[in-house]
Design a protein around this ligand. Structure first.
Ligand code: IPE
Ligand code: IPE
Ligand code: MG
Length: 246
């Protein structure tokens, strides 16, 4: 780990990553897209371990979007299979390395075996208090916000909540990320510069870092590059930089 990347005082508490470029990585090597996803899981393992070592408190990984169902069936099936293999193979290590798993995304339309494994990962790591690994699976921010709105509307209709008392906090508490601080740093690999329906509410004051590196090639060193870029940012949250009042 590069010492410059380990600036404990300024370390982002929450880093979120849009892991993109698996398909292009495979195509460039003349391999099937599914091979890119397989290699992407290895990167994921390395980055989870590294983020924990650096001391990041929350790491969110965009693993499967609500729009990714529109891909060819074989690719969707591979992505589902890789998630299952990951939980089966890696859960014991996550438990022993004090990682707590949280899953965000729409659960109601997931296959029963996938849902069971995700819930098992959450249950078996619930007592851990090291890195919180937030897995965004079947996640779409608009879907998440719509579900939060539905729950608020239901409570208002039932008389449990008054419309006047709805605040930003009321909405935040009903998102899948309830209790998780907003991301400080959002990294997207593969050169694309868009959010693709990721954490729209939570990203209000996130810093963005776009890396040209395709996800299967993204390394701990690249992660440290993103941390160093983050340290150089001047976060103002709408206010003034300290010392700039005059
Ligand atoms: C990211 O890689 C993985 C998922 C979206 C599941 P892609 O599969 O989007 O790779 P590209 O963007 O086609 O290269
Ligand atoms: C976003 O990547 C979703 C994940 C990384 C899981 P996509 O590859 O699906 O996004 P678009 O289609 O390029 O916007
Ligand atoms: Mg992509």
């Amino acid at each position: 780990m590069r010492p410059a990347a380990r600036d404990v005082a300024r370390l982002p508490a929450h880093v979120a990553i849009i892991m993109d470029g698996n398909g292009r990585w495979a195509r460039a090597k003349g391999l099937p897209r599914t091979e890119g996803h397989r290699r992407g899981v290895q990167t994921l393992r390395d980055i989870v371990r590294h983020a924990g070592e650096v001391g990041v408190r929350y790491l969110t990984l965009y693993s499967f979007s609500s729009e990714n169902w529109s891909r060819p069936l074989e690719e969707v099936q591979t992505l589902m299979l890789l998630l299952k293999v990951f939980v089966r193979r890696d859960l014991a290590e996550l438990v022993s390395s004090n990682v707590q798993v949280r899953v965000i995304g729409e659960r109601s339309d997931l296959p029963a075996d996938i849902l069971g494994l995700l819930e098992e990962a959450e249950t078996r790591t619930a007592g851990n208090d090291g890195l919180t690994l937030v897995v965004a699976f079947n996640y779409g921010a608009r879907n998440e916000i719509a579900r939060a709105m539905r729950s608020i509307a239901t409570d208002i209709a039932a008389g449990r909540l008054s419309a006047d008392s709805v605040t930003e906090a009321t909405i935040g508490e009903r998102l899948d990320t309830a209790g998780i601080p907003d991301p400080d740093l959002i990294i997207r690999t593969s050169g694309e510069q868009r959010l693709s329906n990721f954490l729209l509410w939570q990203a209000a004051y996130a810093e963005f870092y776009f890396s040209p590196v395709l996800w299967p090639d993204f390394s701990a060193d690249h992660f440290d590059d993103a941390l160093e870029a983050f340290y150089a940012r001047d976060r103002r949250f709408g206010g003034l930089k300290v010392g700039a009042e005059v």
